[in-house]
Each structure stands twice: as structure tokens, then as C-alpha cells.
Design a protein around this ligand. Sequence first.
Ligand code: HEM
Ligand code: HEM
Length: 191
Amino acid sequence: MDATSTRGAGDAGIQVIPVWDPLVRMIHWSLVAVIVLNGFVTDPENRLHEYVGYAALGLVVLRLVWGLIGPRHARFTAFPPNPVAALRHIRDTVSGRNLLHLSHNPLGALMVYNIWATVLVLCATGIMMGTIRFFGLDWVKEVHEVAFSWLMASVALHLIGVFAETWMSGVPLVRAMIDGRKRVPAGRETE
Ligand code: HEM
Ligand code: HEM
């Protein structure tokens, strides 16, 4: 994708780089909405909880397909799960050497895979609860509940990560998830 440069009054220049395509952004904010709905609004005894859950499943599956065929920064190859690179990212951040990643940084990437996997566990156990084979089994319900608590803890860490990285890198990440563009201080090394 093309990068465009702008020069604001008195600043050294900002590179505006298109990163998140509309589908990635639509999936992200829709996933936030359906998780909030099913976690805090819908009654689990009600059919609506099931339908909203299927929407969550559809969004994650669509995103996983997009990770294979979507544009460059949305692809798994742009943010491979790599715990060693994630540890290196923490070490670099602590030592003040913050290399800028146009897709997810290696630590953020692990969190993203964790969130998708957790939503899939929620949907699988939710569907299982409605089947004859698994109906009424305590452990299925317990996994559903634990997965939800895990998801909430993950989202809290996700938000801490987003704001910490925004502060360290000087790139407004939330704005980029809204309009798709990362505003990178000119001259910053990107990967
Ligand atoms: C239920 C709540 C949330 C969930 C489950 C969630 C999940 C995710 C996932 C899965 C991604 C990866 C997107 C992709 O590659 O398709 C992501 C990225 C992102 N999310 Fe969230 N999110 C949540 C709430 C939020 C909120 C409230 C904000 C803003 C305040 C936010 C800001 C971001 C940003 C900025 C990124 C991109 C990070 C980067 O540049 O690497 N998220 N989120
Ligand atoms: C994003 C996806 C989902 C989220 C965030 C979610 C969240 C929750 C939460 C917070 C509860 C209450 C747990 C408690 O009793 O403390 C619950 C219960 C339940 N969920 Fe889900 N859920 C999701 C998907 C699904 C799906 C796809 C289904 C079915 C197709 C489903 C079926 C159920 C059922 C049957 C219960 C009631 C369990 C019981 O108390 O007997 N859920 N869910």
C-alpha cells in the first residue's frame, strides 16, 4: 500500500500509512459489539444469546480466512505467532528501543491469536450446550464461563497493550483502527 507524507505546522513531518483495510476494522468493532452484547446484555437463556454468539463465530472465521487471503498487513504472515520475538519486543520496549510494526507487534500478535481462540472456545462450548450429547454437563458450562472470564482478562491486557504501545511509539493506534491509517513520525524505522 502507498504511504503519503504530510507536514504539520512546526512538526518534523508525519508519514500517513494505510494499514487496516475496511474489513479488518469492521470485524474488530463488530466483534467488540457482539462480545459486549453476549457478556453483559443478552440473557443466556434466550435465543438472542445464541444468535449473537453465531455472529461472533462468523466474524472470527471471516477474519481467519482474511488472514490467508487479505491484504498485506492483515495477513498472518505479517504477524506470525512468535513468543521469542514477543519477548524481544518486551526487552526492546523496556530498554526504550521501540521498533515500529505496521501490522501487530509480536506481543500484540500473541494476544490477537489468544482472543480469537478464546472466542472460538466460547462458541464451541455454547453450541455444545445445546446438543443432546453435551446438554446439562457441568464441565461444558464451566469451560464456557471460564473462557468468558479469560476473555475479559485478555481484553483488559489488550487495552493496556494498545495504550502503552501508543505512548511508547507515538503512533495513535486506536485512531488507526478507526480510519485505517497509522501516523508514523517521519524517519522512524518500521518493520
Ligand atoms: C471486547 C473487546 C475487544 C476485543 C475482543 C478486541 C480484539 C481485538 C483483536 C482480535 C484485534 C486484532 C485485529 C485484527 O487483526 O483483525 C484487535 C486490535 C486492536 N484493537 Fe481491539 N479488541 C477489543 C476492544 C478494543 C477497544 C475498546 C479498543 C480501543 C480503545 C481497541 C483497540 C484496538 C487497536 C488499536 C488494535 C490494533 C492494535 C495494533 O495496532 O496492533 N480494541 N483487537
Ligand atoms: C462471543 C460469544 C459468547 C459470549 C461472550 C458468551 C458469554 C456468556 C456468558 C457471560 C454466560 C453466562 C455464564 C454464567 O452463567 O455465568 C453465557 C452462558 C451461556 N451461553 Fe454463551 N457466550 C457466547 C457464545 C455462545 C453461543 C454461540 C452459544 C450457543 C450457541 C451460547 C450459549 C450459552 C448458554 C446455553 C449459556 C447458559 C449456560 C447456563 O447457565 O446454563 N453462548 N454465555
